[in-house]
Design a protein. Structure first.
Length: 255
């Protein structure tokens, strides 16, 4: 299974451009495969006022009636920053909520950005004492930040995918925020020890009409296949044995 202008300064021109101008709402159903089996995966992304909201749910249907085993919601705000004599509109992470059921027990967390203090507040509820209470994390210095469960929307609306496509095999750097933190360490192996993790994205060619992008994070590779409008179609995290794909396309070769 499973901000503050200086942080998000992105210079791709000198004119005011709306990153959500061509944003299209989406509600899709996929199959999620990992070492424990196959699950129904529902993904929804929409624009609410000046925010981009992404919801995900994972359902276990193996025993008849569907059972919710994981859910998340991530929210990023469309804002503007000053760049010399003009302003740029950008997308910046604002808050998230995540819940997972591990061995039948509920674990949940919430993240909230404090723009004044340049920190991310983490609130945890779980049956384990180590994952209870509140913590504060300083936002590292950087230009681009994206929630993991909203990654393709964030990379697209901050123009990082278009940059990667234009610059071919060059890595475009950003910070990945594990919105499933700290439980990500129980879901995936050898990742998620820090809330903010350096990552990169690069274009890796076109496969069967889909654009293929490689995200590298903590020494691991996550392959995303998107349509030509940069909308999510498939994901494969080979080292974790995890795939998200439309029903019937889970086992198609990624190479």
């Amino acid at each position: 299974m499973k901000f503050i202008a200086p942080l998000f300064l992105f210079i791709l021109g000198c004119t005011l451009k709306n990153p959500s101008q061509n944003f299209k709402e989406d509600h899709s159903i996929y199959n999620y495969l990992d070492s424990t089996g196959t699950y129904k995966f529902i993904r929804e992304s929409k624009k609410v006022s000046n925010k981009i909201v992404t919801r995900q749910q994972m359902m276990d249907e193996k025993k008849g009636s569907p059972k919710l085993i994981e859910k998340s919601i991530t929210v990023s705000r469309i804002g503007s920053i000053k760049n010399k004599s003009s302003r740029l509109l950008i997308l910046r992470p604002e808050a998230s909520e995540y819940t997972v059921w591990l061995e039948g027990k509920k674990y949940s967390s919430r993240l909230e950005l404090n723009t004044r203090e340049k920190t991310m507040k983490l609130m945890m509820e779980s049956p384990e004492r180590r994952w209870q209470g509140t913590s504060e994390f300083s936002v590292p210095k950087g230009r681009y930040f994206c929630f993991f469960n909203q990654l393709t929307e964030c990379l697209r609306l901050n123009f990082l995918l278009s940059r990667a496509l234009e610059q071919k095999s060059r890595n475009i750097n950003f910070y990945l925020i594990w919105d499933s933190y700290p439980y990500v360490q129980e879901i995936f192996s050898q990742v998620g020890t820090k809330l903010f993790t350096p990552a990169s994205v690069k274009y890796d060619g076109t496969i069967n009409g889909l654009l293929r992008f490689i995200v590298e994070v903590e020494g691991q590779v996550v392959v995303y296949q998107l349509n030509r409008s940069f909308h999510f179609i498939k994901m494969a995290w080979i080292s974790q044995g995890t795939t998200i794909a439309p029903p019937g396309e889970e086992n198609h070769d990624e190479d």
